[in-house]
Design a binder for this molecule. Structure first.
Ligand SMILES: *[C@@H]1O[C@H](CO)[C@@H](O)[C@H](O)[C@H]1NC(C)=O
Ligand SMILES: *[C@@H]1O[C@H](CO)[C@@H](O)[C@H](O)[C@H]1NC(C)=O
Ligand SMILES: *[C@@H]1O[C@H](CO)[C@@H](O)[C@H](O)[C@H]1NC(C)=O
Ligand SMILES: *[C@@H]1O[C@H](CO)[C@@H](O)[C@H](O)[C@H]1NC(C)=O
Ligand SMILES: *[C@@H]1O[C@H](CO)[C@@H](O)[C@H](O)[C@H]1NC(C)=O
Length: 822
C-alpha cells in the first residue's frame, strides 16, 4: 500500500468486528392507534412475520402479518395464468415494431396482459391482550430499541404496579413473542384472543385449547379453495412452568390466564406468549411441474411444531438468541453523525421521535439547520436514526426463508393493501435493496434471489416465449407472489420487460461486494445470463444509426410506446457488460453466447443522447416529436438509471468524471424538479433525486432533497408516506434515504468488463458540513473491502482505515486528490 497524501489510510491488523456499537432507539409517550397504525406504530418482524403493537395499555393489540398471505393467484382462479395470454402472441410483434419504427410510436395490441386474479397482500390477525382491573394508567412509554429489535411499553397502573410489555420477532425461533410483566406481586388475570375482523366471518375460526389460542382461515370459500392460514399463540414456559389458564365460557376463542393461581408466595410476575403463523403458499411450487399452483401443505402442522418448540424454552433464552441474530446483522455497520448532545447515547432521555421530527421540520428549511448548531446536530441525529431504522426495517422484512420486502415490507393492516402491497419493479423493489450490500446486509438479499428463481423464472420463461418468441425469461412491472410475469393491462406502466435487467444489477452487485463466487456460480450467473439471452433475441436494428434498440418500449409510467427508450438501453447495456464480467468470473465456456454478447454490446445504443436543451434524452425518437419537454417534472428519473442507482453512464461510459455527461445529467435533474410534480408527491422520487445529485458531488442539492424527503413524507413514527403525509405507507423511501446518504458518503462504480483498472473510489463526494465530525464504520466497497472513515466539521474526509482488504482500489477525495490505495 502506498500513501500519497497526508490523510492516513491505515490497514488494521485484525479483522475486528465492530465493538461497543451504540444502538439508538425511538420512542413515544402515547399509545399508537389501530386507525393510524402506519403513521403511529413502530414495526418489528423476522422476515416472514411482522408485528405492530398498538392500543391502550391493558387492552393492547398487536397487528400480525405473515409474508405469504395473499388473495388472488391460483387460490382465487383455477385458470390463473400470471398475466400470460392463452396462446402465443409473438407473431403480432413484428407489425407492432414496424409501425413504431415508421411513426415513432404505436400500441402493443395483443401482447398486453390482464390484471385477472392479481390479488393483494393482506393482514393476518390481531392478537389482543387484556389485563383485568386496569382502568387508568400514567407514565406511559413505548419504544423500539434498534440495538435489540425489541419493542417495549411501560406504564404505571391504578393497581400500583408498573407493567412492562415486550414484543419482538425472532428469526432463529421463527416466532414473535409478546411478554408482559409486573414489577411487584402477581399479574392479574389476562385474557388472550385472536381476531381478523376484516375477513368475512364465515372464513375464519378462532378457537381456544389447552394453553393456546388459534385462528385459522381461508381467503375464499371457492372453488378453487382459497389460501389457508393459521396462527397460534401459546403460553410460554416460565420459571413456574406453564401458567395456569382456561378457555373462557363467555367469549369463545379466549384464553384466560389466572394471574393469582400460585398465590402470594410464588407470584406469576411474567407471562410470555409465543406466536407462530403460516399459510399453505409454497414458493417452490410456482412452476410448471406443479401447474403453477403455488400450493403446499396445510400450515397447521408446521405452526404447531414451531410454537410448541419455542414455548417449551424459557423466553429469556429465546430473547438472547434473537438479540444475537439481530445484532449480527445490525452491528455490521455504524453511522455516527455530528452528535454533540449525545442523543444516541441517551436516546430515551431525549426527545420523542415525533418531537425530533417536528423540530426537524421546523429547522430543515435553510438557513436554520446550517447556522444554528443545535438544529444542525439534532438534524444529523434524526438522519442517522432514520438510517438505522432503515436497516432495522430490512432486517425485519427480508430474510433467507422469507419473501422479499414488498411495498410495505411485511406489514399491512387491511385485506386490500395499496397497490396490492406487491413488488413494483420499475424503481420500488430495487430501492428497497439499494443500501443492503454497502451496509453488510447482503444476507437479506437471499429472499430476493429465491423469489426470482422460484417465481419469476419458471413463469417468466413462458412469458418470454408466448409474448416475444424469446429465449431466457422476462418479467414486467407489478408482480405478485404467484409469478405474475405477463404484463398487466396498460402499456404506460405494464410494458416493462426490462425489469429483469434492472434486477440483475442487484445480482451482480451482490457478488461484486461480497465476492461470493459460489453464489455467482450456482445462482447469480444463470439468472443474469438468461435475462441477457432474452434481450439477445429481442433487440432490433434501428436503421437511422445502425444501432440495436428495444422496440416496443415505454419509459416507466411516462409517454408513449416507442423504440430505443433511454431507460431500456441503459439497463441492457449494464446487463450485457456485467454478464460479460461475471461470465469471465465463473468461466462460462459457451463461447457462442459470450461472443454474440460482445458483438451485440458493441452495436447497442447505450442510451446516451444529449438533446436540444442539453439534457439526457428520455426517448430516442427525433426532437421534432417533442417528447422531451423541458420543465416536465414527472416523478420518475428513468433516463438517469444509468447514472444512479445504475452505472452504465456513470461508470461504463465514465460519466462520473466527464464534464459533458455531468452537465447533461444536471440539466435533466434540474428540469425534473424536486419530486413534487403532477401525480407525484411520494418520498421515493425525492430521495432518488438526492442520490443523483450526490453523484454530481452536489452537496447542497443532495442535502436539500434528503431533508425535503423527510420533511414532506415522513410521519411522526418515521415511516414514509405516499401522498405527502396523507399515506398510504410505502416503505421504499425509508430504505431510499439510507441509499441516498450512502451516495453522499461514497462513489463506488464498477469498471466495464474489458477495463482492467485501476479502479477509483471517491470518498465523501457530498458530505454536508453539518454531519461533521462524523464516522462511518463497516462501509463495504466493491471487491470485498470494508472500511472505516471519518470526516471533519467541513464534511471533508480526514481519516480512513481498512478493516478488510479486498481487490485493489485507489481512493480519491472529492477534490480529486489521491488519498491512498490498496
Ligand atoms: C395504591 O396506592 C394508593 C396510595 O398509596 C392507595 O391509596 C391505594 O389503595 C393503592 N391501590 C391498590 C389497588 O393497592
Ligand atoms: C385490529 O383491531 C383494530 C382496532 O380494534 C381494528 O380496527 C382492526 O380491524 C383489527 N384488525 C383485524 C385484522 O382484525
Ligand atoms: C370453522 O370451523 C367449522 C367447525 O369446525 C368448520 O365447519 C369450518 O369449515 C371452519 N371454517 C374455516 C374457514 O376453517
Ligand atoms: C393507462 O394509464 C395511464 C397512466 O395512469 C393513463 O393516463 C391512461 O389513460 C391509461 N390508458 C388506458 C388505455 O387505460
Ligand atoms: C466529482 O469529483 C470527482 C473526483 O474529484 C471528479 O472526478 C468529478 O468530475 C466531480 N464531478 C463534478 C460534477 O464536479
Amino acid at each position: 500500500m502506498r500513501l500519497s497524501s497526508p490523510i492516513p489510510v491505515v490497514v488494521a491488523t485484525t479483522l475486528s468486528a465492530l465493538s461497543g456499537v451504540q444502538g439508538k432507539s425511538i420512542w413515544a409517550s402515547w399509545p399508537a392507534s389501530g386507525a393510524n397504525l402506519f403513521r403511529e406504530g413502530f414495526l418489528v418482524g423476522n422476515g416472514k412475520l411482522g408485528a405492530i403493537p398498538f392500543g391502550q395499555p391493558s387492552i393492547e393489540k398487536v397487528n400480525l402479518n405473515v409474508d405469504s398471505l395473499w388473495s388472488g393467484g391460483p387460490f382465487e382462479s383455477s385458470t390463473y395464468t400470471g398475466g400470460n395470454p392463452e396462446k402465443e402472441q409473438s407473431r403480432t410483434l413484428q407489425s407492432v415494431r414496424d409501425g413504431i419504427f415508421k411513426t415513432g410510436s404505436g400500441s402493443l395490441g395483443t401482447i398486453l396482459g390482464n390484471n385477472n386474479a392479481y390479488g393483494s397482500y393482506r393482514v393476518l390477525a390481531n392478537l389482543t391482550v387484556q389485563i383485568a382491573g386496569i382502568n387508568s394508567y400514567s407514565g406511559f412509554k413505548r419504544s423500539l430499541d434498534l440495538n435489540t429489535g425489541v419493542h417495549t411499553t411501560t406504564f404505571y397502573a391504578n393497581d400500583n404496579k408498573t407493567y412492562t410489555t415486550a414484543v419482538y420477532c425472532s428469526y432463529p425461533a421463527q416466532v414473535c413473542v409478546y411478554r408482559v410483566s409486573v414489577n411487584t406481586g402477581s399479574l392479574p388475570n389476562i385474557a388472550l384472543s385472536l381476531e381478523n375482523k376484516r375477513s368475512p366471518k364465515d372464513l375464519v375460526n378462532a378457537t381456544c385449547g389447552v394453553s393456546f389460542i388459534r385462528m385459522s382461515g381461508t381467503t375464499q370459500k371457492g372453488p378453487p379453495e382459497g389460501m389457508k392460514y393459521d396462527v397460534l399463540a401459546r403460553l410460554g414456559t416460565g420459571p413456574l412452568g406453564t401458567p395456569i389458564s382456561s378457555c373462557s365460557d363467555t367469549d369463545p376463542g379466549t384464553l384466560v390466564v389466572t394471574g393469582s393461581a400460585y398465590g402470594e408466595d410464588e407470584p406469576l410476575n411474567t407471562l410470555a406468549i409465543i406466536i407462530g403463523a403460516g399459510t399453505n403458499y409454497e414458493q417452490l411450487r410456482c412452476n410448471a411441474a406443479s401447474q403453477y399452483n403455488c400450493k403446499g401443505a396445510d400450515p397447521y402442522e408446521a405452526v404447531q411444531k414451531i410454537t410448541a418448540m419455542a414455548s417449551t424454552k424459557l423466553e429469556s433464552k429465546t430473547l438472547i438468541a434473537h438479540q444475537q441474530d439481530y445484532q449480527n446483522l445490525m452491528n455490521q455497520f455504524t453511522l455516527e453523525l455530528n452528535d454533540p448532545w449525545k442523543n444516541s447515547q441517551y436516546p430515551s432521555e431525549g426527545l420523542e421521535l415525533f418531537q425530533l421530527l417536528d423540530r426537524y421540520r421546523s429547522t430543515a428549511g435553510r438557513p436554520a439547520m446550517d447556522t444554528d448548531a443545535q438544529a444542525a446536530a439534532d438534524g444529523s441525529y434524526v438522519e442517522a436514526l432514520l438510517f438505522d431504522y432503515a436497516r432495522h426495517l430490512l432486517v425485519c422484512s427480508s430474510r433467507q426463508n422469507s419473501l422479499p420486502a414488498n411495498l410495505q415490507g411485511v406489514w399491512t393492516d387491511g385485506l386490500e393493501t395499496a397497490w396490492g402491497g406487491d413488488y413494483h419493479t420499475n424503481i420500488n423493489l430495487q430501492m428497497n435493496y439499494w443500501f443492503a450490500e454497502q451496509t453488510g446486509l447482503g444476507d437479506t438479499t437471499q429472499a430476493l434471489w429465491r423469489f426470482i428463481k422460484d417465481t419469476w423464472i419458471p413463469r417468466g420463461a413462458e412469458t418470454a416465449r408466448k409474448l416475444y418468441g424469446a429465449n431466457g425469461w422476462v418479467v414486467h412491472n407489478e408482480v405478485n407472489i404467484f409469478g405474475h410475469t405477463g404484463m398487466k393491462d396498460n402499456a404506460t406502466w405494464a410494458n416493462y420487460p426490462v425489469a429483469a435487467a434492472w434486477m440483475m444489477q442487484h445480482v451482480f452487485d451482490h457478488w461484486d461486494y461480497t465476492q461470493d463466487l459460489p453464489f455467482l456460480q450456482q445462482t447469480g450467473y444463470i439468472m443474469m445470463r438468461d435475462a441477457a439471452n432474452f434481450w439477445l433475441s429481442q433487440l432490433q436494428l434501428d436503421r437511422s444509426d445502425s444501432t440495436l434498440v428495444a422496440n416496443p418500449c415505454n419509459s416507466p409510467e411516462h409517454g408513449p410506446t416507442t423504440y430505443g427508450c433511454t431507460h431500456f438501453q441503459q439497463l441492457i447495456h449494464q446487463l450485457f457488460d456485467t454478464v460479460l464480467r461475471a461470465g469471465a468470473a465463473v468461466n462460462d465456456i459457451d463461447t457462442t453466447f459470450i461472443t454474440s454478447l460482445g458483438v451485440y454490446l458493441n452495436s447497442l445504443d447505450k442510451g446516451l443522447h444529449i438533446g436540444s436543451w442539453g439534457q439526457i434524452k428520455e426517448w430516442k425518437v427525433p426532437d421534432t416529436r417533442e417528447l422531451d419537454a423541458q420543465g416536465n417534472t414527472h416523478r420518475h428519473l428513468s433516463h438517469l438509471v444509468g447514472w444512479y442507482p445504475g452505472y452504465s453512464i456513470a461508470g461504463f461510459l465514465n460519466g462520473y468524471g466527464r464534464t459533458d455527461i455531468q452537465k447533461a445529467v444536471e440539466a435533466s435533474l434540474r428540469s425534473r424538479g424536486n419530486g413534487r410534480g403532477p401525480d407525484g408527491n411520494a418520498g421515493w422520487e425525492k430521495i432518488w433525486r438526492s442520490a443523483c445529485w450526490a453523484r454530481l458531488n452536489n452537496t447542497d442539492q443532495a442535502d436539500f432533497l434528503l431533508r425535503y424527503t423527510i420533511v414532506s413524507n415522513f410521519a411522526v413514527n418515521g415511516l414514509s408516506q405516499y401522498n405527502g403525509m396523507n399515506g398510504p405507507f410505502q416503505i421504499d423511501a425509508n430504505f431510499g434515504i439510507a441509499a441516498a446518504m450512502l451516495s453522499m458518503l461514497v462513489v463506488d462504480l464498477p469498471l466495464s468488463y474489458n477495463d482492467n483498472g485501476p479502479r477509483g473510489v471517491v470518498l465523501g463526494p457530498a458530505i454536508p458540513a453539518r454531519w461533521g465530525p462524523g464516522t462511518v464504520k463497516g462501509l463495504r466497497i466493491r471487491g470485498g473491502t470494508i472500511l472505516t472513515m471519518s470526516w471533519n466539521a467541513r464534511g471533508l474526509v480526514d481519516k480512513v482505515s481498512i478493516t478488510k482488504r479486498g481487490t485493489s482500489v485507489r481512493f480519491f477525495s472529492k477534490a480529486g486528490n489521491k488519498i491512498g490505495e490498496i
